[in-house]
Design a binder for this molecule. Structure first.
Ligand code: AMP
Length: 920
């Protein structure tokens, strides 16, 4: 009823916490002024709401001006006296919002300026978004923003074992109303875990999940397992692997098995290999092949990698197709090739490598390129060139061919010149003209490829007044005339000599050989005939006609390797100016020799010096103008063939043995073509070099045979190596190339039996008789029937029926090209075609006991073995097979062979004498 009322009610200090926007809800009742008598002018129907922000409580004092008014609150409904009577309260609810607040807390104040009110409740609150898990991310309790319109952006936290999706971190927005709005991004379960509800659970045993991106755990792929929970991958079973690039979802795999059916083809120094894919690819489809090449010495253990000089086409490894060609191998060398199938896990495997392997002996090959050519002298009409020997001669270079053409003509029209040395002069060129030169080398194996092109321009023409001898037609005619006369004389002379001593050699019609002049050397190709040094009155002239005189300072003697008939045989090195130094054997003539000894000693050089062939030992030269007198020969590392084979009994493939025989036959073809009859062809007179190339050696006149310990005096006079010599030569000294063919057949037998003595212990007399009666040596053990047939052909009684060396080379070449023809099962050698024996021939049936027989073949050490196994009679021995012999415990291959050969002969004799076949 009093005017100017100003009554305040203030709350306690309210700490605001995180809140920024505060809601104030008021509930109150208010009396209608009209229902109150006598209060007109003083009665009010509203009140005021204030707040004051402070950082702490400020005590009880209240200063109005520090308060900020929020609103004047009016009642929607007021009550009257009547309402009271009815006890009807008309409660008003009003909500006001304050904010944004910046201090720690605040007071609320209510100002009553004359209203009759009852403040029933004051609710002060703020709003927040409640903690929530959405998309595997936890969003914490979040107080709403300060403004009505503001959204609070909240980063989510991934639940355990989950991670944020890349570039898509989880977010949500808390609205002013405390509602979560607009979820963005998400979390995903880590590798090894999968989602179950709002959590990530580990994959079970035997399951894996490799990436968070995958939704589900998967069962372990084939050949893998795990026994832990929560795995991101499975482990491979023993022997199985995963390549680095393999995803965990693929099965574990293993290396492939070895390639199958490896076959090869040799063409000189090129080997082609082909195979079938492995039976087991290891479960992968990335199988490729790699080839490992090793060159082996003849000692089986010593193999070395082939090195970078060998070429592989298309490649050495990573081969997708099942073939490869290996080029640039060394000639006459032994190689082992291993072909391995590999896949993505081969390198991880620690198990043993599986591969298919072949051992191969290469054949002969043409020489490599002549690349280092030097122009020595360039003139108007001639050019002089010199060059170095090719790096891989692969044999003895007998000739070089110089191809040249005018540069403008390209090589449509070209000329060739040949030279025996490493230099040549090309004449008849045009002045001031550019020429292109290319050189290639020739050996028994044929021509090598041409070296690089060398361009040279001839000098300008001199003035017309000067006519050089090169241009002078009169001089040219004179030179040609003189040369022609010399050739004619040479031919006639050669013809007569050939007739008298050696028979006439057939002219070589192969090739487009041309007449040429070179440093005074005249050659009319194709008519090379052996000249008997004895036809020279002065033996010194013969030596210098055929052998190069060497300067002793070029020779370095290193060690003594043997004893020759005239003195020591040494090894050493020869270094000729402009040439590579080479290993040589040096035969010396011992001091205090007689003139005849000197002549005989040098005679070998006079003969050898006439030959130039890869399968004939090559004479480097002689030293006659100093002491000691020396003959220098190419060095043959493996010495004589018979001893070499005995040392390596059973160690070569048939192809290798046939390769050796082919070389000997080629050398003999050359000698016989020259009209030279060897007379003492035997394995002991063949030398073998480090590449297994066999060369015919031991040249001399008939007296050389006298030095052969195998040679014996026969009734017809003279000494003869009976076992190697054809019957007509033994009987009436008819030595011809056909009798050399007979000896060659014996060499074949020696080679195939690894140096066995022909006719074993039979006496020379018995050998002569047996041969006369038609007996021929049986096939050695493991000897292909075709080869034995060739031996028998060489031992035809009628010498005209025997093959010529040319044919022998052809037959052997065919066999080498078709190795199938050389296959022979163990112990199935053919019997001699006419196993006839004279009664006086050592007769195996004449032995009374097995012991006696063993003694005769020097195998008595096995007497007990035979007895213990129950072989008490020779008949039972004659039935033995190679397996039977081996089962006696005879392990040495050489001894097995010796016994088996003897048994075969014994069997042949029994068949002949008793007419009874012995079946094995
Ligand atoms: P010869 O006087 O020809 O019988 O030689 C005697 C020994 O010397 C032979 O048995 C061979 O072992 C050895 N010999 C001869 N010539 C050579 C050679 N060119 N290379 C290596 N050794 C050889």
């Amino acid at each position: 009823m009093e005017p100017n009322q100003n009554n305040w009610l203030r709350t306690n200090w309210i700490e605001k916490g995180n809140a920024q926007r505060i809601f104030v809800e008021l509930k109150f009742t208010l009396r209608d002024c009209n229902s109150l008598p006598g209060v007109v002018g003083t009665c009010k129907e509203t009140f005021n709401l204030y707040y004051q922000e402070t950082d702490s409580e400020v005590g009880r004092s209240l200063r109005e001006n520090q308060y900020v008014k929020i609103d004047t609150i009016a009642a929607d409904e007021s009550f009257t006296q009547g309402d009271l009577g009815e006890r009807k309260m008309k409660l008003n609810t009003e909500v006001r919002i304050i904010g944004p607040l910046s201090r720690r807390g605040f007071y609320l104040a209510f100002q009553d300026v004359g209203a009759c009110i009852a403040l029933v409740s004051v609710k002060v609150y703020y709003k927040k978004c409640w903690s929530i898990i959405e998309n595997l991310a936890t969003f914490p309790d979040t107080v709403t923003g300060s403004e009505f319109s503001s959204l609070v952006e909240v980063e989510g936290m991934c639940v355990s074992d989950a991670e944020e999706e890349a570039d898509n971190s989880p977010k949500m927005h808390c609205s002013a109303e405390g509602e979560w709005l607009v979820p963005i991004g998400k979390c995903i379960c880590k590798a090894g875990f999968h989602q179950k509800g709002d959590a990530c659970e580990p994959c079970g045993r035997g399951f894996y999940k490799s990436s968070s991106q995958d939704l589900q755990c998967s069962r372990c792929p084939a050949h893998s397992f795990n026994d832990r929970e929560g795995s991101w991958r499975c482990d491979c079973e023993d022997g199985y692997y995963r390549a680095l690039s393999d995803p965990p979802s693929v099965a574990c795999t293993r290396p492939p098995s070895a390639p199958q059916n490896l076959v090869y083809n040799i063409n000189q120094t090129t080997v082609s290999l082909e195979w079938s894919p492995p039976a087991d690819t290891g479960g992968r489809n990335d199988v490729t092949y790699r080839v490992i090449c090793r060159r082996c010495s003849w000692e089986p253990e010593e193999c070395v990698p082939c090195g970078p000089n060998v070429g592989y086409s298309p490649a050495q490894s990573g081969l997708v197709d099942s073939y490869v060609t290996i080029v640039d191998l060394l000639a006459h060398a032994n190689y082992t090739f291993e072909v391995e199938a590999v896949n993505g896990v081969s390198d991880l495997s620690r198990t043993q490598r599986l591969f298919a392997a072949v051992s191969i002996a290469t054949g002969q090959a043409a020489p490599s390129q002549v690349s280092e050519v030097i122009k020595e002298k360039v003139q108007q009409r001639s050019i002089q060139l010199s060059w170095q020997e090719p790096h891989q001669p692969n044999g003895v270079i007998t000739e070089y061919e110089i191809k040249y053409y005018e540069k403008d003509q390209k090589d449509r029209i070209y000329s060739t010149v040949r030279s025996k040395s490493t230099s040549a002069t090309v004449n008849n060129l045009k002045p001031s003209t550019a020429y292109v030169f290319q050189i290639r080398a020739f050996t028994e194996a044929g021509y090598g490829t041409y070296g690089p092109r060398l361009e040279i321009t001839t000098k300008e023409e001199a003035t017309a007044a000067i006519v050089s001898s090169e241009q002078n037609p009169v001089i040219i005619i004179a030179v040609v005339a003189v040369a022609g006369t010399i050739i004619l004389v040479f031919m006639v002379f050669g013809f007569i000599i050939g007739r008298r001593h050696c028979g006439y050699s057939k002219a070589d019609q192969e090739g487009d050989e041309e007449l040429y002049f070179h440093y005074g050397y005249i050659k009319f190709p194709g008519t090379k005939t052996y000249i008997d040094p004895e036809t020279y009155e002065d033996p010194n002239r013969a030596v210098h006609q055929f052998a190069k005189e060497l300067d002793a300072s070029c020779i370095k003697i290193e060690r003594v390797i043997g004893a020759g008939e005239f003195g020591e045989v040494c090894s050493g090195r020869l270094k000729l100016p402009g040439k590579r130094d080479v290993s040589v054997a040096i035969k010396t003539l011992k001091v205090g020799y007689t003139e005849k000894q000197r002549r005989d000693f040098l005679c070998e050089a006079s003969i050898m010096g006439q030959f130039d062939h890869p399968n004939v030992v090559h004479l480097e030269g002689v030293v006659t103008r100093g002491k000691p007198v020396m003959i220098v020969i190419e060095y043959m590392e493996n010495g004589s063939l018979d001893a070499f084979l005995r040392k390596h009994d059973g160690q070569f493939t048939v192809i290798q043995l046939v390769g050796m025989l082919r070389g000997i036959a080629a050398g003999m073809r050359y000698l016989s073509d020259m009209g030279y009859v060897h007379r003492d062809l035997a394995a002991r007179n063949i030398l073998v070099n480090s590449n297994l190339v066999c060369k015919v050696s031991d040249f001399g006149l008939s007296r050389v045979i006298d030095d052969d310990p195998e040679a014996v005096y026969t009734t017809t006079g003279g000494k003869i190596p009976v076992r190697w010599t054809a019957p007509e030569a033994i009987q009436y000294r008819k030595f011809t190339s056909a009798s050399d063919v007979w000896s060659y057949g014996i060499v074949m037998w020696e080679v195939m039996s690894y140096g066995e003595r022909p006719y074993w212990d039979m006496s020379n007399q018995d050998v002569i008789k047996a041969i006369e009666e038609g007996y021929r040596l049986p096939a050695p053990m493991d000897c292909p029937p075709g080869l034995h047939q060739l031996m028998l052909d060489c031992w035809q009684k009628d010498r005209a029926e025997r093959p010529k060396f040319d044919q022998i080379v052809g037959i052997l070449d065919k066999m080498i090209r078709n190795p199938n023809t050389l296959k022979t099962p163990v112990g199935t050698c053919t019997r001699p075609i006419s196993p006839l024996l004279d009664q006086s021939t050592p007769d195996f049936t004449a032995f009374r006991s097995v012991g006696e027989w063993l003694e005769a073949i020097k195998m008595e050490r096995y007497r007990d073995n035979f007895t213990a196994a129950g072989y008490s009679s020779l008949e039972s021995v004659a039935r033995m097979s190679i397996e039977d012999v081996m089962s006696l415990g005879i392990t040495l291959v050489g001894h097995q062979k010796k016994i088996m050969s003897s048994i075969q002969t014994m069997r042949a004799q029994m068949l002949h004498l008793h007419g009874t076949g012995v079946q094995v």
